[in-house]
Design a protein around this ligand. Structure first.
Ligand code: PGA
Length: 263
């Protein structure tokens, strides 16, 4: 299988947005768009990552969509199971609510909430053991890119989790490459630069896992309808993690169509 035959993923990362009424409206509009202009399930995985508080409500609303749309958690506890851990939500609790997907290592978690490599390893390990699929985010800062360290930083972030991912569990991993300087800034990596990094990531993964050739590598950072077609055309870009543009149903739907149309 060549990287271009990997079924793409388009996942909306809502971050700490929106209020309840707007979320319901957004899902309702997105469901109507999917009904009127289908994005075929065989051509593209779709997911939405709302705030933890809304996971089960959004999941219920999405269950009535014309095709599967996964509900994705934005984070999970580094502690497994149940217990006296105020404010935490474990992998097992997500799984118990039929939430099968989780983001781990988003740069906002790394930078603002001190998610260190060892904490992220605990999160990845727990998620995989509970049977969740992990969308593991990696990416370099502007300073790291300008000093020529981008590739080394990103490959190190991938090597970090290799210690806790068993040979077969790589099938439960999706990588999202999100250069920090492109997140929420309107600046996107050029399709050439993104493709170059994605190819390097796949090459790095091939040293670690036999599943490198089938492992989806998503791009994230100011993905919008205007740049989605070009990004989707790159052979090693197997989808998108979409922040701001996923808060608009029409934009998110257009991005999904751009990736589905590559199949
Ligand atoms: P953005 O966010 O699309 O708003 O740049 C992407 C992300 O942080 O996942």
């Amino acid at each position: 299988m060549s990287a271009t035959t990997i079924k793409p993923w388009v996942v909306g990362n809502w971050k700490m947005n929106p209020i309840h009424a707007d979320a319901q409206q957004l899902i309702s509009e997105f469901k109507t768009l999917l009904q009127d202009s289908p994005v075929e399930a065989e051509k593209c995985h779709l997911g939405i990552a709302p705030v933890t508080l809304a996971l089960t409500q959004i999941q219920a609303a999405l269950s009535e969509a014309v095709r599967p749309v996964y509900t994705v958690a934005q984070d999970l506890s580094r502690i497994a199971g149940l217990g006296a851990y105020t404010g935490e939500v474990s992998a097992e609790l997500l799984k118990d609510s039929q939430i099968d997907y989780v983001l781990v290592g988003h740069s906002e978690r790394r930078e603002l909430f001190a998610d260190t490599p060892s904490i992220l390893n605990e999160k990845v390990k727990n998620a995989l053991q509970a049977g969740l699929t992990v969308i593991y985010c990696v990416g370099e800062s502007l300073q790291q890119r300008e000093s020529g360290q981008a590739e080394q930083v990103v490959l190190q972030q991938i090597c970090d989790i290799a210690a806790v991912v068993d040979a077969e569990q790589w099938q439960q991993i999706v990588i999202a490459y999100e250069p920090i300087w492109a997140i929420g800034t309107g600046k996107t990596a050029s399709p050439e630069d993104a493709q170059t990094m994605h190819a390097k990531i796949r090459e790095g993964l091939s040293q670690i896992t036999a599943y490198a050739v089938t492992l989806p590598i998503l791009y994230g950072g100011s993905v919008k309808p205007e740049n989605a077609v070009e990004l989707a055309a790159c052979p090693d870009i197997n989808g998108a993690l979409v922040g701001g543009a996923s808060l608009n149903a029409a934009s998110f739907h257009q991005i999904a169509q751009a990736f589905a149309n590559t199949q």
